[in-house]
Design a protein around this ligand. Structure first.
Ligand code: SAH
Length: 197
């Protein structure tokens, strides 16, 4: 997926946020590579061209309220915070959640709300969202997320088996609540882990 023809706000956000700052020290020298990189605890951050494509597809404005499932390093969270009005980010691994929150706080972002837990349930108290982005692959789209997408909203989620062929899918909800589905291409994401209650 190429980074050509991105919306100018997305290009500006990509220039404003340093990927290296969000990487473990050992991987910082690789920050410019358009490759997925390890962020610890078996998790990875996607290649920048894919993050750019996802941000572009979300069509955010300065008023958008966005739900992000899978904070990870916080790199994409920072980009969302540059582009949107308010970001609600959920991460199930508390070590990653705490580190990302510290990093983002140190960068001065004030429009991010954090939650540690299973993001497949969404964030009911903050719904509806104008955009939802899921950064881990699910076998099927979590119903709570589709429910919490507001009219006119867009959701991006990688769908498919943990180790197999996955497809990045965009769900658009129209003003009457009807949902349409658009396949954006093949991808590899770490699995969305749904915790048993
Ligand atoms: N966008 C992130 C990518 C992180 S990888 C970045 O730029 O760094 C995906 C993340 O999703 C991992 O941190 C993983 O722990 C988290 N994750 C997996 N299942 C989850 C779930 N059910 N709820 C919340 N986070 C989840």
């Amino acid at each position: 997926m190429s980074t050509s023809m991105l919306h100018p706000p997305v290009e500006r956000a990509l220039r404003a946020v340093s990927r290296g700052y969000f990487l473990p020290p050992a991987w910082r020298s690789c920050a410019a590579a358009d490759e997925p990189l390890p962020i610890g605890f078996g998790q990875t951050t996607s290649q920048p061209s894919l993050v750019a494509r996802i941000l572009d597809e979300l069509a955010l404005t300065g008023e958008s309220r966005v739900l992000e499932v899978g904070t990870g390093s916080g790199y994409q969270t920072a980009l969302l915070a540059e582009l949107a009005g308010e970001v609600f980010t959920v991460e199930r691994l508390s070590v990653l959640a705490v580190a990302a929150r510290e990093r983002l706080g140190a960068r001065g972002y004030r429009n991010i709300r954090y939650w540690t837990g299973d993001g497949s349930a969404g964030w009911p108290n903050a719904a509806p969202f104008d955009a939802i982005v899921v950064s881990a692959a699910a076998e099927t789209v979590p119903p709570a997320l589709l429910e919490q997408l507001g009219p006119g909203g867009r959701m991006i989620v990688p769908l498919g088996p943990p180790q197999g062929e996955q497809v990045l899918v965009r769900f658009d909800k129209d003003d009457d609540g009807r949902v349409s589905e658009h396949e954006l291409g093949g991808v590899r994401f770490v699995p969305l882990v749904v915790d048993a209650l």
